[in-house]
Write a protein that binds this ligand. Structure first.
Ligand SMILES: *Cc1c(COP(=O)(O)O)cnc(C)c1O
Length: 371
């Protein structure tokens, strides 16, 4: 820990040292650190919550039919595409209630830029998606983090004080804990003068979406993604749903940065994914079943964890340190996620893979954690 602290200070000093005259006036940012994308074969990759199954078969069929000639042209505006029509139909909303971006990271970043302008602090949990504080710092938005309770649950009361906006994932990441819909609504209802962003990146793995509430609350923005449940992280498609005035403001900012965001291939392939509801449901169902088994197996192996509603489990071993397990798994070409951060440094976030991948994980864990 001591050592890690010093390394961080050194990294900061190097990053923000100003040797050249012009460096004084540079926007300084500490970027988000994404999970590793190892460039080698045979890795059991359980570190970035990707889907272990391929996207819907229609997506690959369409990929083979993409036209080179269409690539000459700028792509269509996302809101005027089949992708937008299909998403709107899937969720039974109007197209004017939908914004599509380059992954939900793009959508969330634009939403921070658009809606968190009051100068008052934006609230989000202390343990959560670690991009939120990065965007807040980048856009110079003041923020306050609200500590999760001892069981890692979000305390809704913390979000009922004056603020400049609210954002949290539901289920939360990396804990996997789902906030019950009634509590989500209480937070939205108590904050009608600010925008409340609910990041539903993992909602398809057993949670209840707060989407229906967009017709009741004009301050609610629901953000979802194709990266997890739709197995299309590589295509970068994310979207937000909310009152049409919210969507209009988002589009105004987006078209002030870059008009042509989603590329031709993503637009075509994304539409094919949404058309195949049966495949989508089957694929989420398989992950939920594997997660159920993982809960049993990990418990037998001496792990404890909160009930997860994501495609991952946030687990701590009763005896063996998370960092040791993380390193030893990696030596065995099994990648999971571990953060050297206060409160969570004895936890591993393990993505739910295929049953075969999970068997390899359990085998390795037996060797690492078995007495
Ligand atoms: C994965 C994730 C996202 C962003 O995913 P994109 O690939 O950019 O769509 C957003 N929020 C949370 C909580 C996530 O875990």
């Amino acid at each position: 820990m001591e050592q890690a602290g010093l390394e961080l200070v050194a990294e900061f000093e190097e990053r923000f040292s100003t040797e050249m005259g012009w460096e004084e006036n540079v926007r300084k940012a500490v970027p988000y650190t994404p999970g590793e994308q190892p460039d080698k074969e045979g890795v059991v990759k359980l570190n970035t919550n990707e889907c272990p199954y391929p996207p819907a078969p229609g997506v690959e069929r369409m990929a083979a039919r993409l036209e080179g000639d269409r690539m000459r042209l700028y792509p269509a505006f996302p809101e005027e595409t089949e992708l937008a029509r299909e998403i709107a139909r899937f969720y039974k909303i109007e197209r004017e209630e939908l914004f599509i971006g380059v992954g939900s990271d793009d959508v969330l970043s634009l939403a921070f830029m658009t809606f968190f302008q009051s100068g008052k602090p934006v609230f989000f949990p202390d343990i959560t998606y670690s991009f939120y504080d990065v965007w807040a710092d980048l856009y110079k938005i003041p923020y306050e983090t609200k500590a999760l309770d001892a069981d890692f649950a979000i305390r809704k009361e913390d979000y009922m004080q004056p603020n400049g906006g609210i954002v949290f994932p539901n289920p939360n990441a990396p804990t996997g804990i789902l906030m019950e819909i009634g509590q989500v609504e209480e937070i939205i209802a108590a904050n009608k003068d600010v925008v409340v962003i609910v990041d539903e990146a993992y909602i398809d793995f057993g949670g209840t979406s707060c989407l229906p509430l967009i017709h009741k609350y004009d301050n609610l923005l629901v953000v979802q993604t194709f990266s997890k449940s739709r197995a299309m992280a590589g295509m970068r498609i994310g979207y937000a749903m909310g009152n049409r005035r919210l969507i209009k403001y988002l589009n105004d900012v987006k078209y002030s940065v870059n008009s042509y965001t989603l590329n031709y291939a993503a637009l075509q392939l994304g539409a094919e994914s949404v058309k195949d509801r049966a495949y989508f449901e089957e694929s989420c169902g398989k992950i939920i079943r594997t997660r159920d088994t993982a809960e049993k197996r990990l418990t037998e192996l001496g792990f404890v964890f909160p009930k997860s509603y994501g495609n991952f489990i946030f687990a701590r071993h009763k005896k063996v340190a998370a960092e040791d397990i993380f390193r030893k798994l990696k030596e065995n070409d099994i990648y999971v996620r571990w953060w050297n951060k206060k409160r969570i440094d004895n936890y591993l976030r393990i993505t739910v893979g295929t049953d075969e991948q999970m068997e390899r994980l359990y085998g390795a864990l037996e060797r690492i954690c078995g007495q």
